[in-house]
Design a protein around this ligand. Structure first.
Ligand SMILES: C[S@@+](CC[C@H](N)C(=O)[O-])C[C@H]1O[C@@H](n2cnc3c(N)ncnc32)[C@H](O)[C@@H]1O
Length: 384
């Protein structure tokens, strides 16, 4: 696929990041893909999420659900109002990876009973300024509830944790199944460019893939390539630990494990985004290209369960949005033009060929009594 070439100053930035990656490879040998992805996305000052370049919306690289308009936030607000009313006044909302801040702004505006505190935790300090500009569009009394954190809160809280398209940005390890062993797919330097290479998998990856193969007999035959997010269980435990009572909601593209590691999906799920083109070469312009992997939602469910949370719901984005009744917004449109705009947005969010089935929501709860409204209609829990 031909990609539009970046301007010289951005090529220079990417070149600087490449030099750091190559120096590490020259010194230490081939780099595990998770370490490469960590540098490509988060290397201080240079990585994709921390270099201060514009990423979100039509002029960026991708459009997430909250960037499509306000419907997604309105639907989440209904769910969170339900949880907030069960918990009572003074509840807290913690958003992980808030991106442009559009979801925070629209959620705060849409909630009938906004949280007492809206906490944002994002690895990207450079996005904080962008988020603050979105929050400044709110009435001052609402905007004043937003606080930025650099690590999960130490004190426990009751409320909601939300992460939309964050897990897909956690670094993944890539592997290939050989006849009787597991190989780690690593990044090497040929003298001219970055390239794939392989080595015997280190013990943690070897064990994790061994467990997958034992659980899914016949699903990962020799030659099968995929990836696994070894960091997910520890990360999920850390970010949900402060939640005393409430809901942790993770939204992302992904599959239950049996579908993720389906024998037909032999080349994994790694996908890169650059200027609204999806491609599969993670070595193109590191720092300028988003790199992500689909989420194994069964792994997220296991991690939640192991962290003492109840796996309270799992459904598709379409299942959630229609289950919570967001289509009634079309009847409240102010005029025909508004109605057509909302209708187009709803289609993008819910149609199976758009975001409707690819994106899923997993609801992990602690100490809640009521069933979650958005997960009552279409449940995919049995697929986990
Ligand atoms: C694909 S963007 C999604 C942004 C936003 N949630 C949305 O839906 O538009 C991923 C966001 O997660 C942040 N991020 C990545 N890894 C993170 C982590 N481990 N903890 C918190 N935020 C993270 C990035 O800086 C970025 O803001």
């Amino acid at each position: 696929m031909s990609l539009p070439a970046p301007p010289p100053e951005l090529l220079e930035l990417s070149g600087e990041l490449c030099n750091r990656i190559v120096n590490n490879i020259v010194t230490d040998g081939p780099m595990g893909f998770a370490d490469y992805m960590r540098m490509a996305l988060y290397e201080p000052g240079l990585g994709y999420y921390v270099n201060g370049l514009h990423k979100f919306g039509p002029s960026g690289d991708f459009v997430t659900a909250p960037e499509q308009g306000g419907l997604f936030a309105k639907a989440l607000a209904r769910q969170f109002d339900q949880v907030g009313s069960e918990i009572g006044a003074g509840w807290t909302l913690l958003e992980l990876g808030a991106g442009s801040g559009a979801l925070a702004r629209d959620l705060l505006a849409a909630l009938d009973h906004p949280p007492a505190r809206y906490l944002i935790l994002d690895t990207s300090a450079s996005l904080r300024q962008v988020q603050a500009e979105r929050i400044a569009e709110l009435p001052a009394w609402l905007g004043a509830r937003v606080e930025w954190l650099s690590q999960p809160p130490e004190a426990g809280f009751d409320g909601v944790i939300l992460a939309n398209e964050v897990i897909d940005a956690l670094p993944v390890s890539c592997f290939e199944v050989d006849q009787d062993k597991v190989l780690e797919r690593c990044v090497d330097f040929t003298g001219q460019r970055l390239t794939w290479t392989q080595r015997p998998a280190p013990p943690r990856l070897d064990q994790a893939v061994g467990e997958l193969r034992a659980q899914l007999p016949g699903c990962l035959p020799p030659g099968y390539q995929s990836e696994i997010c070894l960091d997910l269980p520890g990360w999920l435990r850390t970010v949900t630990e402060p939640l005393r009572r409430g809901l942790a909601l993770f939204i992302d593209y992904g599959y239950p494990r049996r579908e993720y590691y389906h024998p037909d999906r032999r080349a994994g799920t790694l996908v890169c985004h650059y200027r609204h083109r999806a491609h599969f070469d993670p070595f193109v312009w590191p720092g300028l290209t988003d790199i992500s992997a689909f989420v194994d939602f069964s792994l997220a469910a296991d991690a939640g369960f192991d962290s003492g949370l109840e796996v309270a719901g799992f459904t598709s984005q379409a299942g959630f949005l229609l289950g919570i009744g967001i289509h009634d917004q079309l009847q409240q449109a102010s005029d025909e033009r508004d109605r057509l705009g909302l209708s187009a947005e709803l289609k993008r969010l819910t149609l199976p060929g758009e975001m409707g089935e690819k994106f899923k929501l997993i609801a992990l709860t602690r100490g809640l009594e009521q069933a979650l409204n958005g997960f009552e209609g279409i449940s995919h829990l049995h697929r986990l």
